[in-house]
Design a protein around this ligand. Sequence first.
Ligand SMILES: Nc1ncnc2c1ncn2[C@@H]1O[C@H](COP(=O)(O)OP(=O)(O)OP(=O)(O)O)[C@@H](O)[C@H]1O
Ligand SMILES: [Mg+2]
Length: 188
Amino acid sequence: MIIALTGTPGTGKTTVCDFISGHSKYRKQYSIINLNKLILEKRIYTGKDEKRDSYDADMERLRELVVQIIVQTRPGMDIIMEGHLSHFLPADAVIVLRASPVALRKRLGKRHRYSYEKIKENANAEALDVILVESVERNRKVFEIDTTDTPLLSVVKSVISIIESLKKGKTPEEFLPGRISWIEQVEQ
Ligand SMILES: Nc1ncnc2c1ncn2[C@@H]1O[C@H](COP(=O)(O)OP(=O)(O)OP(=O)(O)O)[C@@H](O)[C@H]1O
Ligand SMILES: [Mg+2]
């Protein structure tokens, strides 16, 4: 099964995947593709947005490269593509990590490269469900996990439980979109 693990920067995608690949119990079953790392290492971008200090990924080349990696992955393994662009790639299901804008501002505030403007832009994108909406527009199977006051292990277990339910043909109802709303946390 191919899963896109997406979410606004700072929601904890890499932290979850580092945990999974750091534990032999999980590492045997789940293969992680870190899209941000791939984009930088293989220079899969068309340019750099200097104002935002971010790269414009070449989505066509990224898709081709990810397909190549997936083809080479041991059969039977589940693939988790992680990154805030992963929901633009073909996947069996999308898992969106969420964090309240207030929590996100705190998390991103620790990133020295992130300007005040960039933090605000991300916190407001989260408040307005931007990635969730983009995901729902592209994939019929979308689930969301609130990481705000949730220990890492619990987030990891939720990700695994969604994947395992889907593999059994079940819908993980408790993670269906619509229960999380931050609209009151939008800032000017
Ligand atoms: N469940 C959690 N509870 C509290 N803090 C968390 C949790 N998960 C991650 N964090 C913290 O949030 C910050 C951002 O996490 P991380 O780098 O994994 O986000 P990301 O989604 O990969 O962001 P990006 O899209 O920019 O790569 C880190 O400081 C991490 O320690
Ligand atoms: Mg990351």
